[in-house]
Design a protein around this ligand. Structure first.
Ligand code: FES
Ligand code: FE
Length: 423
C-alpha cells in the first residue's frame, strides 16, 4: 500500500467521540502526510505584526522543509516569501529574525527588495529578465494583527474567520504592541497531541495550579451557558450553575463597557473560536498574583479589567488578550514525536522593561503551564506508542478536542481526495 493509502485506511478506522488510531499520532507516514500535504492546505498562524514592527524587520516561519520569510516592506505592508533564492536555491535568511534593508542571498549575492523583487544579479547572460526571478510569494493574511500564512497556491477561504477575529482583537491594537518575551519549547510529543491537550481543561484542576488560580477551568469546553445542555446530561455531571450565574452578570458588565460579543465556536465548519471569559479569584491578568504584569494598559482599557479574550484557531494556535498584555501560542511539527511550541508575550510598545513590566511576572503562569502541558503531551505520546493503546472516549468536557479532531480528519480526507486517494 502507498503511504496515502495507509493514511486513508487509518482515517477509515477513526470513530466519532474517540481519539485517533495509533499510527495517526505516532507514525512517520502520518507526520509526512501532515507536514507535506495537510498543513500546506490550511491557514497557519505564524506570528504577529509586532514581530515585524518596522520596515525591513523579518521573521521566519518554518514548517518541516519549508522556511517562509515574513517581512515588512518600506510601504508598511507585511508580505511573505519562500526562503529560497531564485538563482540556485540557497536559503536567503539564516537567522530566525532580524532587520535588513534588502534580502541578500549570501551565496552569490543576488539581492531582493523587501517586496520580493530581484534588484541585482551579476553577470547573467544577455536576455536575463530580473522581473521573472523575484522571490516566490506565500499567501499571508493580517487578522487584527495576527498573521496567518498558507502554503497552498489555492488557499481555502479566510473571510469569515478574518471578520470574526478582527472584530474582537482589533481593540488591543497589536500594531502598537511590542514583543516582550518569546520562548521556543520543543515538546516530545506529536503536534496533534499538543493541540488536543490545549483543547480541554479536563486536566487543569489536577495539573495546573498556577493557571487555575487566575484563569479557572470554565469556558474551555464546559461551564458556559452554551455548554449546559451537554453538561447536565453527562454521566457524573458536575454542577456548573454557579459559574453560569457569574458569567451572566459579567456579560452584562461587558455589554456596558462595549466589550461583549456572543461566543463564537467553530461555526459552520470554520476554524476559529472566540470567547471573552472572566478571570478567576479577582485576577485582572494571567499572572501569579492576579495583578497586572504591565502598568501600561492596552487598547481601550483605562483601568484593569477582570476578563480576558481568548482566540483559538485550527490547527495550530491559541491566544489570550488581557488588559495589560497578550500571550500568543503557535505550534509546528518538527518530527513525528517533536513539536515546537512558540509562546510570545506582548505588551504596549511604550512599556519599559523593569519600569512598567517585569519579565518574571509577565511569563510565570504560562511558563509553568507550558512545562506541565509538555509533560502531559509527552506521557500521552508514550502511552499511545504502546501495544496497549486503543482509541479512548472523550468526556463532555473534551468537545473542543473532538472539534480539533473533526477539523483534522475532514481536511485530511479532502486532501486525500485532491491527491486522487479516496479519503
Ligand atoms: Fe542565491 Fe546564488 S543561490 S545567489
Ligand atoms: Fe494544560
Amino acid at each position: 500500500m502507498s503511504a496515502f493509502e495507509n493514511i486513508a485506511a487509518l482515517l477509515h478506522k477513526e470513530r466519532p467521540g474517540h481519539t485517533l488510531p495509533q499510527m495517526l499520532y505516532v507514525g512517520q507516514e502520518a507526520f509526512e502526510f501532515d507536514t507535506q500535504v495537510l498543513l500546506k492546505s490550511v491557514w497557519l498562524y505564524a506570528c504577529t505584526v509586532a514581530h515585524v514592527k518596522k520596515p525591513g524587520d523579518f521573521f521566519l516561519f518554518e514548517l518541516a522543509n519549508n522556511s517562509i520569510i515574513i517581512v515588512r516592506g518600506r510601504d508598511g505592508e507585511v508580505r511573505a516569501f519562500h526562503n529560497s533564492c531564485r538563482h540556485r536555491g540557497a536559503r536567503i535568511c539564516q537567522e530566525q529574525q532580524g532587520s535588513t534593508a534588502r534580502l541578500m542571498c549570501p551565496y552569490h549575492i543576488w539581492t531582493y527588495g523587501l517586496d520580493g523583487r530581484l534588484l541585482a544579479a551579476r553577470n547573467m547572460p544577455e536576455g536575463f529578465d530580473k522581473s521573472q526571478h523575484g522571490l516566490l510569494p506565500v499567501a499571508i493574511e493580517n487578522i487584527g494583527g495576527l498573521l496567518f500564512v498558507c502554503l497552498s497556491d489555492d488557499p481555502p477561504p479566510i473571510d469569515r474567520a478574518k471578520a470574526d477575529i478582527a472584530a474582537q482583537v482589533a481593540i488591543y491594537d497589536l500594531e502598537h504592541c511590542k514583543v516582550a518575551v518569546q520562548d521556543d519549547l520543543v515538546e516530545d510529543a506529536n503536534w496533534k497531541l499538543v493541540m488536543e491537550n490545549n483543547r480541554e481543561c479536563y486536566h487543569c484542576d489536577s495539573n495546573h495550579p498556577e493557571l487555575i488560580a487566575c484563569l479557572g477551568t470554565n469556558g474551555f469546553g464546559k461551564g458556559l451557558p452554551e455548554d449546559l445542555a451537554e453538561s447536565a446530561a453527562a454521566v457524573g455531571a458536575v454542577d456548573d450553575t454557579k459559574f453560569v450565574e457569574v458569567i451572566g452578570a459579567e456579560r452584562e458588565e461587558w455589554k456596558r463597557l462595549g466589550l461583549y460579543h456572543d461566543l463564537i465556536e467553530f461555526p459552520d465548519d470554520w476554524w476559529h473560536r472566540i470567547a471573552r471569559l472572566p478571570l478567576a479569584n479577582g485576577a485582572v491578568s494571567q499572572t501569579m498574583d492576579g495583578k497586572v504584569a504591565s502598568t501600561k494598559l492596552l487598547g481601550p482599557f483605562t483601568e484593569p479589567n477582570a476578563s480576558s479574550l481568548s482566540v483559538w484557531t485550527q490547527p495550530n494556535s491559541w491566544h489570550h488578550f488581557c488588559c495589560d498584555h497578550i500571550v500568543t501560542f503557535s505550534l509546528t511539527p518538527v518530527a513525528a514525536d517533536r513539536t515546537l511550541l512558540r509562546t510570545t508575550w506582548l505588551v504596549c510598545e511604550d512599556a519599559v522593561e523593569g519600569v512598567d513590566y517585569d519579565v518574571e511576572a509577565l511569563t510565570a503562569v504560562w511558563r509553568a503551564t507550558n512545562i506541565q502541558d509538555a509533560w502531559l503531551s509527552h506521557i500521552n505520546h508514550r502511552g499511545i506508542s504502546g501495544d496497549g493503546y486503543r482509541p479512548g472516549p472523550y468526556s463532555v468536557e473534551e468537545k473542543l478536542v473532538e472539534r480539533f479532531k473533526e477539523f483534522y480528519t475532514s481536511r485530511a480526507r479532502a486532501a486525500l481526495v485532491r491527491t486522487g486517494q479516496a479519503g
